[in-house]
Every structure is written in C-alpha cells, then in structure tokens.
Ligand binder design. Structure first.
Ligand code: NAD
Length: 361
C-alpha cells in the first residue's frame, strides 16, 4: 500500500504503529484531521487478514470520524485505532489482558492528547479502564458517559423522525412500518423508541436471543436475514453491517427512507446514493444519523464533567440538522451525503481560517 500517497490524497496528518513484544500488542492509530480539536475515535480489535487491510481500515474509519464530529458540531477531529489480533485470546488470560491494554495506554499517552480513544468493535469498557490507568486520553469509561448505544439509537430515531417529516410532511410514526436489520445494542434501543412512538417493527438478526428480546418486549415481526431488504415497509433501518445498500439490495427495496445506525451504509456512495435518489428513496447520511454516541461521549470532556441533559439536547439537534440537509439536497437536486460532506468540510475550513488569528493559547 502506498501509505503516503493515500494520506496525501485524503489529507491525513499522522499514521502511528505501536508494537509491544511482551504482550503481542499490534496497534495502528490513524489521525485524519485535528483542525476542530483532538482526534477522537474508538479502538477496534479485529483479526485482519493482513497488515494492509488493518491500515486501510484505520485510515478509512479515522476519516469518517472527522466528518462525523464536524457535522455534529463537536470540537473534535477524527482518528481511529485498529488493533490487529484475536480478541478472544485476551479473554482467557486476565493478567495478559491488563498488561496489553495498559501497554496500549502508555503508547497513547505518548501522543500527548492528539488522539483520544474509546471502545469499539471487539473492545469493552473494562479494557478502557486499563487504558485509563496509563492515560487520560480515553473516554467511554464506566460511571461516566457509559454505553454510547442508547444515545446512538436516539440520534437514529430523531433522524427517522426528520426523514418522515421530509417525506410525509409529518413526523408522527403511528402505523409506520420500520424494517430494522440487526437488533444488537443500537438496534434494540432504536426498536424501543420506535415502538413507543407507535411504529410497527419488522426485524432480522442472526442471534436468536437478540430477536427474542425485541419480539417479547415490542411485538416485532421477524424475517430471515436475507428477507429484510424486500419487506413492505416505510423505512429500512440498517443497524448491523455496512454496505447493505448495494446492487443486490436496492432492486428489492419497497421503503421510502433508508436511515439507520450502521456506518458506511452505501456500498459505493456515488453509485448507490444516486440509484436511491432516482428511485425516490431518501437516504439519511449515516454518519449524522449515528452521531449520538460520539456526541454523548464527548461530554465526558466537557468543563464540569459529564452532563447528560446537555448531551441529550445536542443529540436531539440531529433532527434539525438532518432536516436541513434533506431540504438542501431536495432544493439543489444533489445527493444527501454530498450535502452532508460539504457542510462538514465547510465547517473545518472556516475554523482552520480563524486559527490564523493569534491568541495566547
Ligand atoms: P452489535 O454488535 O451490538 O449489534 C449488531 C447486531 O447485528 C447483532 O445483534 C448481530 O447479531 C446482528 N447482525 C450481524 N449480522 C447480521 C445480518 N447479516 N443480518 C441481521 N443481523 C445481523 O453492534 P451495535 O453496537 O449495535 O452497532 C450496530 C451498527 O451501528 C454497527 O455497524 C456499528 O458500527 C454502528 N454504530 C454503533 C454505534 C454505537 O454506539 N454502538 C455508534 C455508531 C455506529
């Protein structure tokens, strides 16, 4: 992989490799952009096939975090860590697990606050407790902002409301049918919000216990994983995997709106964004819809400490921002994700420009 070429093309600042022989830690931290503030992004623990795949994932996810925080109005830049290995190995050895995460924490401390980590796929809040023994540059700790999933779900729910307002002229969900793919952390809380608002739920998952919980609590109808794309519904809410809007699935869609918690929902954004638009399906840019978690976690760093009331106010503001983006896209005939990208880029540029004014800080 031509790393400098890739960094130059997409404007990355830094790519760091960490290795600790005693624990076997292999971590890659990508810092995309720190104009708005320190780069924040979780640490993903994944058994990649090879080194290039791990690097590409770190770079791609870090850039996504820049856009997500910028559009959410946060004073944060974008970064991400991937840890290359098998997370299950550590679960069997508590001593190694502590040493592993503390070694990682010591490396992060060396970045001197340019990057702040949090939990992500394959990592837990307890892992972050170990990281926190060595550095303060970590958020999402127990007893502070806690699990981001309910806040992510709330942002997705507000986004669905905004989409309905845009498409149907009302954000009353009574009788609306929502097809939720994946009822894990985010999907479960989303189903709760939707159910409480009078929506009907059709769900799919590959874990029976997750399905049972949502069926028992919210009376959802269940379909097989590959059937969720073609069900009769108003809204398709992907909350499991990325890239589920693609050449195979779009022809099956009967929905009017695609809005969910998953990252990188469009397999190929220019192609599939355009296809959705041409079919009259409104696409809610994923990184705005799922920004509730990062908004909430960012409040751990607020002056005076974590403040849930202020965080919820910000998460709920996703509704207004989403509605604005959908309106601009409609009025200009552009794709919704392009409008979102442009707003994020404009904010970064505006803040970059005012930084030319000298202050003592
Ligand atoms: P999770 O692992 O708790 O839930 C995902 C669910 O999807 C699981 O129940 C899993 O069994 C199910 N699933 C996997 N493959 C499936 C398939 N083919 N069909 C149907 N279901 C399938 O993860 P999560 O934390 O709920 O995150 C969901 C998505 O939202 C991910 O893409 C994640 O990157 C994204 N996201 C999460 C957060 C957060 O706060 N947790 C924030 C932003 C984005």
């Amino acid at each position: 992989m031509d790393k400098f070429g890739y960094m130059e093309k997409y404007g990355y600042e830094q790519l760091c490799f960490f290795h600790d022989k005693s624990t076997g830690l292999k971590a890659i931290t990508a810092i995309h952009n720190t104009v708005l503030g320190p780069a924040l992004g979780g640490s993903r623990f994944w058994n990649y096939d090879n080194e290039d795949q791990a690097i590409e994932d770190a770079l791609r996810l870090a850039r996504g975090m820049t856009y997500k925080s910028a559009l959410a109005g946060l004073a944060l830049g974008g970064g991400k860590t991937v840890i290359w290995g098998d997370p299950s190995v550590l679960r069997k050895d508590p001593i190694k697990r502590e040493a592993f995460w503390r070694a990682f924490g010591r490396y992060l401390e060396g970045l001197n606050g340019r990057y702040i980590t949090a939990e992500d796929v394959g990592t837990s809040t307890q892992d972050m407790v170990y990281v926190n023994m060595e550095t303060d540059h970590v958020v999402g700790l127990p007893g502070r902002s806690g699990d981001p999933s309910p806040y992510t779900a709330r942002g997705v729910f507000k986004s669905i409301l905004a989409c309905c307002k845009h498409v149907y002229g009302s954000d009353d969900l009574t009788g609306k049918v929502v097809a939720v793919q994946g009822v894990g952390n985010v999907g479960y809380y989303l189903c709760r919000y939707l159910h409480e608002s009078g929506a009907k739920l059709i769900i799919s998952d590959i874990k029976q216990e997750s399905i049972d919980k949502v069926v028992n609590e919210f009376g959802a109808t269940v379909v097989a994983p590959n059937e969720i794309y073609g069900v009769e519904c108003d809204i398709y809410a992907p909350c499991a995997l990325g890239a589920t809007v693609n050449d195979d699935t779009i022809p099956q869609f009967k929905c009017k709106i695609v809005c969910g918690g998953a990252n990188n929902v469009l397999k190929d954004a220019p192609v599939h964004g355009k296809t959705l638009q041409s079919k009259g399906i409104v696409y809610a840019p994923d990184y705005l819809a799922n920004a509730g978690g990062v908004i909430n976690v960012s409040y751990e760093r607020a002056e005076g400490g974590y403040n849930e009331e202020a965080s919820l106010r910000d998460v709920d503001f996703i509704y207004t921002r989403m509605l604005d983006i959908l309106t601009i896209a409609k009025e200009t005939g552009r794709l919704t994700y392009e409008v979102a990208d442009e707003l994020a880029e404009k904010r970064i540029e505006a803040v970059r420009n005012i930084k030319s004014i000298y202050t003592h800080k």
